[in-house]
Design a protein around this ligand. Structure first.
Ligand code: FES
Length: 137
């Protein structure tokens, strides 16, 4: 990546943040099929949201298990099962569908992860963060 592109990306990100409309998470081409990534858009020192690409659809969820209000991953960016087909909460093994966030196995069966509105702009994945909601530590 050359310095010109870096400067342009920085200006775009700054403009989007200043607009208050959405927070940029990453470039869409940095999100691989069957992989998830955690992000800290509020600079809290922990990944409060995560994004994944499943069957070429990008989804963004709040990083909070509906069972006990804790983060899901067991280490950085490890939100998915080994085959990349399910979201897993590593506290008690709950499994969630990537497309909807619905729990299909575990103590929060039938509950769902909180999906966050997201969109694409100029190749960036943007997320609209909920306001006034506590985020898990
Ligand atoms: S905290 Fe997620 S399954 Fe228990």
């Amino acid at each position: 990546m050359g310095p010109g592109r870096t400067a342009a990306e920085s200006r775009l990100k700054a403009a989007l943040i200043m607009s208050g409309i959405a927070q940029p998470l990453c470039r869409l081409d940095e999100l691989e099929e069957g992989r998830a990534r955690g992000f800290d858009p509020l600079a809290q020192g922990r990944d409060s949201v995560f994004a994944l690409r499943h069957r070429n659809q990008v989804r963004v969820y709040r990083n909070r298990c509906p069972h006990l209000d804790v983060r899901l991953e067991y280490r950085k960016d490890r939100f998915l099962s080994a085959d990349g087909q399910l979201i897993v909460c590593y506290a008690h093994g709950a499994q969630f569908l990537p497309a909807t966030g619905e729990c299909i196995y575990g103590p929060c069966l039938g509950q769902t992860l909180e999906a966050l509105p997201s969109c694409e702009r100029d190749g960036w994945l943007l997320v609209q963060m909920p306001e006034g909601l506590p985020l898990p530590g």
